[in-house]
Design a protein around this ligand. Structure first.
Ligand SMILES: Nc1ncnc2c1ncn2[C@@H]1O[C@H](COP(=O)(O)OP(=O)(O)OP(=O)(O)O)[C@@H](O)[C@H]1O
Ligand SMILES: [Mg+2]
Length: 258
């Protein structure tokens, strides 16, 4: 579990996060949303111990800080820009070497399978893959050292819908194996699979709720995109049909039947 207690952070004089308190259960998938410059990436960096809070604390009830760094993987936005190895195998193995993993070959095989690719990719150049495959290889180079948490900052950006679906499938399959903290405004892709949705508004936590308890009006007013189901429900409301704001079309149909 990761607990944030009244965490505040500023860059110079700019207050970016204000008294944020949150709880992330291990093995669950958490989605952080918020409009541009709300402080999402900064929050991710604080959780990953890559930044230190000015005030408040990030607590890992089990484990000490030295262990924690080893337990946290951070997938930066456009991670493939950091590739530098000649083959996919070496790119993934590099992550393992950096963390002094012993059974590297075994781990690289398992990591490539976890992201839904296979050994045929090993001798390819990581630079010649499709954008979606590059993103999966970048994720594999983190999974290879078996972190208990991964933080993914806008992992869907720049991907077409097929690549996004493939990545969603991987994230879905990782659920339970590893704690996932996802920063994304592609809410539609992933909302069904998350345990907790956190809305950040100008550096403050507006809410942290299970997906079916999200206040979608609040999300809309904060300037974030809303799922297609919610958009449809709003249209229906505008046309005099009283229906709850549901995040997916199947849920909206169920609500209409009631
Ligand atoms: N290294 C930095 N130095 C100074 N200011 C920064 C730095 N990084 C971010 N900021 C500022 O902090 C605020 C929050 O930035 P952050 O990147 O955390 O937001 P975000 O919610 O991830 O935004 P986006 O949706 O654009 O990715 C912004 O106003 C940003 O300009
Ligand atoms: Mg960001």
């Amino acid at each position: 579990m990761i607990v944030l207690k009244n965490v505040s952070f500023s860059y110079g004089g700019l207050d970016v996060l204000k008294k944020c308190s949150l709880q992330f259960e291990s093995g669950e998938t958490h989605l952080i949303i918020g409009s541009t410059a709300a402080g999402k990436t900064t929050l991710g960096l604080l959780i990953a111990q890559l930044l230190k809070p000015d005030r408040g604390r990030v607590v890992f009830p089990r484990g000490n800080i030295k262990d924690i760094r080893r337990e946290m993987g951070f997938l930066f936005q456009f991670p493939e820009d950091l590739f530098f190895n000649e083959t996919v195998y070496e790119e993934i193995a590099y992550g393992a070497k950096r963390h002094h993993i012993k059974n590297i070959e075994e781990r690289v095989h398992s990591a490539i399978e976890m992201v839904g690719l296979n050994d045929d990719f090993f001798m390819k150049s990581p630079f010649n893959l499709s954008e979606g495959e590059k993103r999966l290889v970048a994720l594999a180079s983190i999974l290879v050292w078996d972190p208990s948490w991964i933080i993914l900052d806008e992992p869907f950006s720049g991907l077409d819908w097929q690549a996004r679906e493939r990545l969603v499938k991987t994230i879905k399959e990782l659920k339970g194996e590893v704690g996932i903290i996802l920063i994304s405004h592609h809410i539609d892709d992933i909302i069904e699979y998350v345990n907790q949705v956190i809305l950040l508004v100008e550096g403050e936590i507006a809410f942290a709720s299970p997906p079916d308890e999200v206040d979608w009006d609040m999300v809309f007013e904060s300037g974030c995109d809303i799922p297609y189901g919610v958009k449809m429900a709003k249209r229906l409301r505008d046309n005099g049909i009283d229906v709850s704001l549901e995040y997916s079309i199947p849920r909206l149909i169920q609500a209409l039947k009631k």
